[in-house]
Design a protein around this ligand. Structure first.
Ligand code: C5P
Length: 209
C-alpha cells in the first residue's frame, strides 16, 4: 500500500458513509463506498432481468464494475441495497470486487474505504480500522428521518425489520461476514451526532499518523 488507508466497517445505517466522507475531505484522501460496488452488480442483474443468485452473470457484472462510474443517485434505491446483500454472498463476486477495491486503496495518496469487510479482508493492513455500530432502533430512526426529509413516507417497523434482516444476512454469510477486525477501534454512534463521531474518529486517526 502506498498511502494512508482508513478502513471503516459496520452495519447498515451506522453512519459509515457520512463519517468516511468527512475523514476523506479532512485528510485529503480518496474515498470509496464499497457498498456501491455490490449495488452496481445487483443493479446490472436487475436491469437485465437476471436472477440475483445467477453466479455466472453476477460474476460477469462484477468484472464490468467501473469504480469511476458508480452513480449514487441510481444505486441508492432501497431495493438495490436489498439485492446487493444477496449478490454479496457469492464468493466469486466478492473476489472480483475486492481486487478492484484493493487497487483503489493502493493508489496514492491513500484512501478511506467503507463497507463490511474492509478491515478484515480488503485492507487487513490498513493504518486505521474503525468499526461503527449503533443500536438497530437508532439506525432505523435515522433511516426514517432521511426518508422523511426527502418528502417520503415509510413505516418505522418495516425499516427496522429490513435493517435486522440485512444485519443477519451480512453477519451470517460464510464468505467475509460482517465483524470487527481484531485491531479495529469500536465506535458506538447511538448517542453521537455526526460531529461527535467525526471528532472521535479524528482523535484515533491523528494518533495513528
Ligand atoms: O453499505 P450498503 O448498504 O450500500 O451495502 C449494500 C450491501 O452490500 C450490504 O448489505 C452488504 O451485503 C454488501 N456489502 C458487502 N461488503 C462490503 C460492502 C457492502 O458485502 N464491503
Amino acid at each position: 500500500m502506498s498511502g494512508f488507508v482508513i478502513a471503516i466497517d459496520g452495519p447498515a445505517g451506522a453512519g459509515k458513509g457520512t463519517l468516511a466522507r468527512r475523514l476523506a475531505d479532512y485528510y485529503r484522501l480518496n474515498l470509496l463506498d464499497t457498498g456501491l460496488t455490490y449495488r452496481a452488480v445487483a443493479h446490472m442483474l436487475i436491469l437485465k432481468g437476471w436472477p440475483l443468485d445467477d453466479e455466472a452473470h453476477a460474476l460477469e457484472a462484477a468484472r464490468l464494475v467501473d469504480l469511476g462510474q458508480l452513480d449514487r443517485a441510481v444505486l441508492s434505491a432501497h431495493d438495490v441495497g436489498e439485492a446487493a446483500s444477496k449478490v454479496a454472498v457469492i464468493p466469486a463476486v466478492r473476489r472480483a470486487l475486492v481486487e478492484k477495491q484493493r487497487t483503489f486503496a493502493a493508489t496514492a495518496p491513500g484512501a478511506v474505504l467503507d463497507g463490511r469487510d474492509i478491515g478484515t479482508v480488503v485492507c487487513p493492513d490498513a493504518d486505521v480500522k474503525l468499526y461503527l455500530t449503533a443500536s438497530a432502533d437508532v439506525r432505523a430512526r435515522r433511516r426514517l428521518n432521511e426518508i422523511e426529509e426527502k418528502g417520503g413516507y415509510a413505516e418505522f417497523s418495516e425499516i427496522l425489520a429490513d435493517i435486522q434482516r440485512r444485519d443477519e444476512r451480512d453477519m451470517g454469510r460464510a464468505d467475509s461476514p460482517l465483524r470487527p477486525a481484531e485491531d479495529a477501534h469500536l465506535l458506538d454512534t447511538s448517542e453521537m451526532d455526526i460531529e461527535a463521531a467525526f471528532l472521535a474518529a479524528k482523535a484515533i486517526v491523528d494518533d495513528a499518523m
